[in-house]
Design a protein around this ligand. Sequence first.
Ligand SMILES: Nc1ncnc2c1ncn2[C@@H]1O[C@H](COP(=O)(O)OP(=O)(O)O)[C@@H](O)[C@H]1O
Ligand SMILES: [Mg+2]
Length: 369
Amino acid sequence: MSIIEVKHLRKEYPDATPLKDVNATVEEGEVISIIGPSGTGKSTFIRCLNRLETPTSGQIIVDGVDMCDPDVDLPKMRQKMGMVFQNYALFDHKPVVENLMMAPMDLLGMSRKDAYDQAMDLLKLVGLGDKGFRWPHELSGGQRQRVAIARALAMKPKILLFDEPTSALDPQMVSEVLSVITRLAEQGLTMLVVTHEMRFARDASSRVFYMDRGELWESGTPEQIFENPRRKETREFIFRVRNWNWEINSVDYDYAAMFSSLQEFCARQFLGHRVTLKCQLAIEEITSSLLMPMAQEHGITNPRVLYELSIGEGGDVADLFIDLKAFADSGIDIDKIFAFADEVSNKILKNVIVQTEINHSGLAHFVIG
Ligand SMILES: Nc1ncnc2c1ncn2[C@@H]1O[C@H](COP(=O)(O)OP(=O)(O)O)[C@@H](O)[C@H]1O
Ligand SMILES: [Mg+2]
């Protein structure tokens, strides 16, 4: 029997229907990543599973229990199904270890000593064995989120639900939290993780659910979803998350907006730190040391530059395509754009670009790695 069975799940609000007709099963020990655009029902789905929301219709069976039965023992079921939110809601006036002891003592009737021992073991499991007597505010966001995971584990759940557990964290903290989740997966816990981290979805899940506009469009192995999506909706989404596009139309382009968009894209990809830095450096150098000065020198006031960055399969190299037709059309020999860079820029670019192909009509392709 599947540990979770969802049949014809529908959730309506007066002005929105976040879930239309969702059908899904999850087997014990599976790690499911739920991906999809924002506002398409992913949180509502997770919240219906443990009845933080009441479905309008349909059926949810968890470990043989009908979650929509009016007599269902919700506290008991929620204990079986822990939840970790985007914002670690820790009790700030209690030391970390106490945060992990309260619920097991109150709800499971655990003795203070057992709850303490378990809390210290769980802190070790999430790599925070030395932080038990710190206050939550003394920890970083990534550490607090790991405490939140340990706290959910303290109730000995069979299932853990995560709703974007890393989206409030800085990029460098994302991987520490995801590696804890990956470790739990290896221990056989059943987990459903709503995430924007495509690399995590691809590498750590047994199956991926693609949700869009209140429906579960496709579920399959990471290989199927990322390499061979069957539905057009899935294909388009995967293409979008794998590709960063930006257009510059003026020498006074919005540098800050461009780089924060690029940073966000790189973070969501969970790209290797080195290749992330290299992509940023390459794009920055090419734009501000090569293209913009060149446009100014040639009197091109509104240079149109189109960037497309796409991430290779392993996440260790990236392809950068730059459409420079506007330059080519103005008679600039774009084969020779590197001749325009000064010595320092050339050195930097040589370090981050491993392959270059430039054609005369104005399309440049750089492999960054
Ligand atoms: N409590 C609510 N009341 C009204 N509409 C809601 C409520 N919760 C979610 N929605 C709507 O349902 C849709 C899906 O929301 P959500 O499940 O949070 O999406 P996701 O997690 O995929 O971003 C959104 O359009 C949202 O505005
Ligand atoms: Mg959400």
